[in-house]
Design a protein. Sequence first.
Length: 93
Amino acid sequence: MLTNLIIQAIAGAIGGNAAGAASKDLSLGTLANTIIGAIGGGVGGQVLSALLPTLLGSAANMDVGALVSQAVGGGVSGAVITAVVALIKNKMA
C-alpha cells in the first residue's frame, strides 16, 4: 500500500509539472505544480485503485504491469488536479 502511494505521488508530481509546462496558463510555479501534482497523484491514484482494482493492480508484488499502471494513474491524476487548481486560481484572479 505504501509503495503504491509513493509511486503515485512521484508520478503525480511529474504529471503536475508536465501540465504546468504544457501551458503557461496552467502553471502555478514549479514548487506548487510539484506539491499539487503529488497530492493529486496520491489521492487520485488511490481512488482509481479502489474503483478499478483489477486494472491498476497492486505494486506490492512488484509486477511490472502494476507498477506502470500505478505510475500512469498517479501521473494523469496529478496533471488533471494541477490543471483544475490552476484554472480555479485563474478564474478567481
